[in-house]
Ligand binder design. Sequence first.
Ligand code: TYD
Length: 138
Amino acid sequence: MTNFEEPKIVPIRTIIDERGCLGFVEAQDDAGFLFRRLYFLYGVTEDAARGAHAHKALRQFMIAMHGAFTITLQGKGKEYVFHLKNQQEGLLIPPGYWRDLSGFTNDAVCLVAASEKYSEDDYIRNYDDFIAWEGRHS
Ligand code: TYD
């Protein structure tokens, strides 16, 4: 990876008045990339482990729309742990990070905006393969 990009929390602009709350994300301005796909996880059992993969090129912007969960990212020799638990912040995940998602509350809804359509070719699903891939791309 020539550009060193770290995952980061981005505040979600939110309009609050007596009628309730309206949060919004403008792809390029807030996430820094355009979205080609939305997907969402829900009904995830508390002991389920999701993720366990990395993406070679995909960029993602992740929001806990409801409930809470934990995402651990590993890459470039660092580990980051994010506990996503509200609609006022999103997590930017650059390409090249191994991710593990866990600790879903029963009511958790995880929304992901992704830069590309689904492609299995973009996944690295074996951790040793990820470490080898990282070595070739550092
Ligand atoms: P996966 O990304 O492995 O889910 P998680 O990391 O949350 O455990 O995807 C699970 C399955 O769903 C896998 O067979 C690929 C498929 N899938 C799609 O068909 N389209 C999509 O947009 C996504 C994210 C997954």
